[in-house]
Design a protein around this ligand. Structure first.
Ligand code: PXL
Length: 268
């Protein structure tokens, strides 16, 4: 009766549909899973950036968890934008109360264009409360530097940063690369698994202004795959392939920093 793979995003809405909860739900859909959403915040965003942000009342966030737990069988979850320390604490307590499967934490701190989505005062809660619950964490290059206090200038630095993040209690770490490291034409994501084995996922840098929603899509794919019972290493590889296909097939939406294209990844 409740067997179809159900997956939950705990995240913020982005009004332009490119990132946050909307990108998560597009991703759950193309991975043939049933997507649900606990809305914690909302931003007024368009392709020029984020213009305002609000958080939802904490009791309303708790209520969303409660009613989903009453009815559905959530097999995996992910977090996105969590705004501040109170919101992180609320989500952590709710996640511990219910059985919503393995958790993928996308430690959203800023957008790629510099808009801050997490208060500075929430860093400690992110590190000490949320990340220890993560089956998988997917910081980007900038978030990995902020979380570890390291400057990442090389692949060796990227590996060390992943080890630091594992020490916070994260089981499996993916640090998404950036194209201005050792090889300008390549992007290299580093994966450190719970058992200490590791691998790189490399692809050519694709020059585009349409990259909103890439981190959301990677982490949402991993969560969707885990809801279907895919092993973590395969889930991460599928996440990489889905995100790459969605980046490399631009759609003409918005005037500046547009969305990635989930349809292009629908047949992976
Ligand atoms: O992609 C990170 C992100 C997450 N959540 C929300 C966002 C964004 C980036 O714009 O708006 C709500």
């Amino acid at each position: 009766m409740n067997e179809f793979p159900q997956v939950l995003t705990i995240a913020g809405s982005d009004s332009d549909g490119s990132a946050g909860m909307q990108a998560d739900l597009h991703t759950f859909f193309i991975r043939k899973t049933y997507g649900m959403s606990v809305l914690v915040a909302a931003v007024a965003g368009n392709s020029f950036g984020i213009h305002a942000a609000e958080t939802l009342p904490l009791p309303f966030i708790e209520k969303q968890f409660e009613v989903l737990a009453d009815d559905f069988q959530v097999r995996a979850s992910k977090t996105g934008m969590l705004s501040d320390a109170d919101l992180i604490t609320t989500v952590v307590n709710a996640y511990k109360t219910y059985n919503f499967g393995p958790l993928v934490v996308d430690p959203v701190i800023t957008t790629k264009h510099g808009a801050q989505l997490l208060a500075d005062s929430a860093f400690q809660a992110l590190k000490t409360k949320l990340l220890p619950l993560a089956e998988v964490a997917t910081p980007n290059f900038f978030e990995a530097q902020l979380l570890t206090g390291r400057t990442i200038n090389s692949e060796a630095d990227q590996r060390e940063a992943a080890r630091d993040i594992q020490k916070f209690g994260v089981k499996n770490v993916v640090i998404k690369g950036w194209h201005n490291q050792e090889n300008q034409s390549e992007v290299a994501d580093y994966v450190l698994l719970a058992n200490g084995s590791d691998f790189w996922l490399r692809h050519s840098y694709f020059d585009t202004t349409h990259i909103n929603g890439t981190g959301d899509t990677l982490s949402a794919t991993i969560a969707a795959e885990m809801a279907k019972g895919t092993d973590v290493a395969t889930a991460i590889k599928i996440g990489h392939d889905v995100t790459k296909a969605a980046i490399e097939n631009e759609i003409a939406v918005g005037h500046q920093f547009g969305p990635i294209n989930h349809w292009a990844a629908a047949n992976i």
